[in-house]
Design a protein around this ligand. Sequence first.
Ligand code: NAD
Length: 480
Amino acid sequence: MERILNYIGGKLVEPQSGGYLDNIEPATGKVYGEIPDSDHQDIELAVQAAEEAFLAWSKTSREERSRCMLRIADLIDDNLEMLAMAEAKDNGKPVKLARSVDIPRASANMRFFATAILHESTEAHQTDGEALNVTTRSPLGVVACISPWNLPLYLFTWKIAPALASGNTVVAKPSEITPMTAFIFSKLCKEAGLPDGVLNIVHGLGAKAGQALVEQPGIKAISFTGGTQTGKKIASTAASQFKKLSLELGGKNPNIIFADADFEKALKTSVHSSFANQGQICLCGSRIFIERSIYNKFKEAFVSKTKALRIGSPYASDTQVGALVSKQHMEKVLSYIDLATKEGGALLAGGQRVVLDGEFAEGYYVQPTVFEGLSQECRTNSEEIFGPVVTLQPFDTEEEVIAMANATDYGLSATVWTSHLDRANRVSAALHSGIVWVNCWLFRDLRTPFGGVKHSGMGREGGWDALNFFTEKKNICVKL
Ligand code: NAD
């Protein structure tokens, strides 16, 4: 039984209440460890430690902050295999995916922001030769970073890195469903010599530890990634305290395939963008719109490739689809499959829980599932399922598909497949979405703004947007 501890003031500590929650391995459905059931007392201690560390860290030179973060990045790389195994065990994702995507991206996040701060410049405006305006940026103080379970270390570091790089101290709360790599990360921070209290990690339930963190008056800003309902709750708590807020929320992303697209590329990538990480990526395209003239051809090829995906233990090297993250989430996904059938959908592939052999028999496996024949307005096509379930819908015109794509409350990302540049530009401009991929999917450049519109969030992460979020600007006007 591995017992996870909080990381407060540079020490690995038990929760004040002494209470623990079960940590479950999704591949087997078995308890394999314990997570601190932290509450407001642990949050108070963490915020206090972060406040004490703030002055020194904010005054530490950017070169030194950068060096320290680069040491952490190197340690992540040195421990790639161990971290990838831990992520697969905690989350159910194929270890191959964790090894090639999650963990390398975590060290890339640290390196990206550690080096970005070495290249920042300061704005100045000369006003008609009469005054010089200099705009400075300062860290905010103690900030909160709250992350979800789907890409645990990847999204955890995506927030922590810009917060630390710009001189803030942090209290972070990883998801209680996948806390293990954040715990290992705390040990790596100690090993790298990150000064005590600069980063504090408190584990526990969202409604208890997370809510206490959001309410804590010492917190100056909250960077949150998670569900839209949780985002609403956090926004309403933070608003009355005027805390700065960045919200990265859910999606119901359209994947639009025009008849003039490169068929094989669109097909291969669409299978990937539907079912990678068991469909549990906020950017997965869950509504696939196909131009009518290629609808049947695309449908047959897509269904056949979907049926050929290998579902298995996250630890097997040939597994393409691992376990869903929890029993509760698996039940939610299965209930949506049920709903889609009740709403009149025709099941083309999947639709069932998968029971594997031996020790994996109680794991949370669900077949990649494809439906067609559902109306645009039905719940299956408007609510986020966040699992391996997609719908296929034909369309006739550009105008029609734009209206269909925009017909949900969400607006995180969209994918467009076409070989016509004009069409790519027109459709991209018309989509209500923070991110548009043209002839690709999840091709990331960490300098670009990342975030959604409508109920998919508020604010942007990535590049200077993240560094701006974690700093406060001040304009100093000097009369010449
Ligand atoms: P969630 O909202 O349930 O939890 C996210 C985090 O918030 C967890 O750490 C949780 O403990 C914490 N939390 C819950 N209630 C809280 C509260 N009242 N106060 C403070 N913290 C609280 O989300 P999840 O189920 O972990 O993640 C899945 C969701 O995340 C999906 O909707 C997905 O689309 C979204 N997501 C969005 C992005 C993006 O970049 N937009 C990326 C990944 C996941």
